[in-house]
Design a protein around this ligand. Structure first.
Ligand code: PA5
Length: 422
């Protein structure tokens, strides 16, 4: 399903030197016996997820799809990136067949929030507020503003238009939801924010956008089975994990995730959070960056080709795309594009990938890892996300670091709260 090609990173055989480390860590992950093991609920989640809650999610999503013009998804970090990544990955950027989704509560930008309020006034608005802790300030502040607007617009009915996804018992969002009578969905205790896309955190907005969440969960389940082996020869997630650690050991400090579809940009944002928050601790880790080609070949391409070689690339390559067409013929050919007439647009993109791969690897001396996926549908998204979960857990445990906490995030909060007079 997913193939990892290490030939352009010149690592194909050396990864097998790490087989015994991989076998040890695979056990830690599946037996939940090492650092951060209280947060390994995501490992078996594709098998053990709460089926009753899943059906409630589908019901709420259907209500939103029937009645909403606009859905506000209010959350930050792991509480919104996965959903946005899934929706854009599967549907593209310009699909208008579902309620318009605005992502709020992920910034303190007043302009962003107030522009959205302006756009949605008079429309049928539904809200999904998502916060595991129930106390995150960006989300709580935006939701305060949204809730009061909803009450102004809809009165008593507002509570039927708001769905809250949060801890089953703790946090102010849970208290507020009980008090206001919102329908609530639960984030399990043992699944951290950035590992939560397969829970109601991701599934409610994803289903409301019209993505087939049953297929998505089937993708995660198949990945669970396929990637539940410590044999490096058979496990592409671990091949990728070991390759990135070997490249780091060879002196690289940045991994650039590369893709050639503009609607994979939020997947890259999700990936950056997953790897950055999981790995960047104790002075260790690869800095995760991303580019979307060929767009970024006209901005970052120069640096990647000839700049300081602190990075390697991991290229996500998709075989079949949602929509394709042929380049049209023009009689006068003044634009000199007729040499491509009749060729598929996706084929042109694929040639850009191959040309860039060769330029970066052969002339630029940049190691490239290729990650091949067949499509960009819901099933593949589920599979790919689980692949990255397994890869990050393996990579970070190879550094002997806890992949499931984020202690460094508290420092800015302490300073900000002091300034805000909390
Ligand atoms: O991965 C994480 O744990 C974080 O990115 C959180 O998802 C993010 O900080 C939002 O937290 P919460 O869902 O508690 O509002």
């Amino acid at each position: 399903m997913i193939k990892v090609d290490l030939t352009h990173a010149k690592l194909a055989s050396s990864i097998f030197d790490k087989q015994s480390d991989v076998s040890r860590i695979h056990k830690w992950i599946h037996e939940k016996s090492y650092k951060g093991s209280d947060y390994l609920g995501w490992v078996d989640w594709p098998l053990n997820y709460d089926k009753e809650e899943f059906e409630r999610v589908i019901k709420a999503a259907n209500t939103i799809r029937e009645k909403a013009d606009v859905l506000l998804v209010c959350g930050v970090g792991g509480s919104y990136l996965g959903a946005r990544a899934a929706i854009e990955f599967v549907k593209g950027l310009y699909d208008e067949s579902s309620p318009k989704i605005y992502y709020v509560g992920n910034t303190f930008s007043s302009t962003a929030l107030l522009q959205i309020f302006k756009n949605i006034e008079g429309k049928s608005v539904y809200v999904n507020v998502i916060s595991k802790s129930g106390t995150t300030t960006e989300t709580a502040l935006a939701f305060r503003m949204i809730r009061l607007k909803m009450e102004e617009w809809y009165g008593e009915e507002a509570k039927h238009r708001i769905f809250a996804t949060t801890d089953k018992a703790r946090g102010t969002l849970k208290q507020l939801s009980n008090q206001m009578g919102y329908e609530t969905f639960t984030i399990p205790d043992d699944v951290g924010g950035r590992y939560s896309v397969f829970t109601s955190v991701g599934l409610l907005p994803i289903a409301a956008a019209g993505v087939d969440v049953r297929a998505l969960m089937k993708g995660s389940l198949d990945a669970y089975h396929d990637l539940n082996t410590d044999d490096l020869a058979l496990n592409p997630a671990y091949q990728y994990a070991v390759a990135r650690k070997l490249l780091e050991a060879s002196g690289k400090s940045v991994e650039i995730m590369v893709s050639y579809e503009s609607h994979f940009a939020m997947l890259a944002e999700w990936w950056k959070q997953l790897f950055g928050e999981s790995e960047g601790k104790e002075g260790k880790g690869l800095f995760p960056a991303s580019v979307i080609n060929s767009t970024d070949l006209h901005s970052m391409g120069q640096f990647i080709q000839e700049g300081k070689k602190v990075f390697f690339e991991s290229v996500l390559r998709v075989k079949d795309v949602l929509l394709d067409g042929s380049v049209l013929v023009s009689e006068n050919d003044t634009d000199q594009i007729n040499y491509l007439a009749g060729k598929s647009l996706h084929w042109v993109n694929q040639q850009a990938l191959l040309g860039t791969l060769s330029a970066h690897v052969n002339e630029g001396n940049v190691p490239n890892i290729l990650i091949d996926i067949p499509k960009h549908d819901a099933y593949t998204f589920g599979y790919l996300i689980y692949f990255y979960f397994k890869a990050v857990a393996m990579s970070v445990y190879m550094d002997d670091v806890n992949p499931f906490d984020q202690p460094g995030v508290e420092v800015y909060k302490r300073n900000m709260f002091k300034l805000l007079g909390k």
